[in-house]
Design a protein around this ligand. Sequence first.
Ligand code: KIV
Length: 269
Amino acid sequence: MSAQAPIRRITAPQIRARKGGEPIVSLTSYHAHTAKIVDKYADFILVGDSLGMVMHGMDSTIGVPLDLMIMHGKAVVRGTERALVVVDMPFGTYEESPQMAFRNAAKIMKETACGAVKLEGGARMADTIRFLSERGIPVMAHIGLTPQSVNTMGGFKVQGRDEAAWQVHIDDALAVSQAGAFALVVEGVVEELANRITAAVEIPTIGIGASKHCDGQILVLEDMLGLNPRVPKFVKIYGDLGPAIERAVAEYASEVKTRDFPGEDQVYR
Ligand code: KIV
């Protein structure tokens, strides 16, 4: 018998129970090796559909297919052992009906072995969130600036600049919380609105560009590492890897061209 206890992953109910407690740390990750690093520090890792823009050069997340999410989801689950892995449901895979959402969420969970899915939308998605949650699928909701609605919002715009709109966002937050979402991403809203949403709901809020008043924070890993040329203004660059990668590639290119390549070290023995 092994003396070592198996490492257990953090679960959606454990994240839910962190409301108002120790702040929840989270980052996105799209592949196994970065996920392995993030896994040491994050409570949950989101395989966000932002991968369409960040990894695949798309202009928005609209074109991200389900199979791509599943492929990256599998990689992140393989690279990790501790954090809860949440996989985004891409545009067009859940909005039509709760049944359609269940089919696709179940496919994501079976094929990736992730612990939860995330979908965008407030009150309009409440029935779907209830349908999934009651059938064994933990759902993280996402309100405020919802990138899959870029075409109806008219761009990636901060929400709640006009106080008259705050109640709609607060009602969205209450609707998804009451429908059974275990946590709520609040993206791109003004500080006081984030504050009010966090105070209004019983589930943890996870902020991105939404102030420090949330119960946790999430950033896109490539944004905070300086690897995304289109990084949003609010993001602090914790490690500027872009120039470091460029220096390394330039040095390699120069060594190859000048035949100064370290041949001895580069041969399989
Ligand atoms: O797709 C994503 O990375 C996200 C985060 C920005 C929350 O939804």
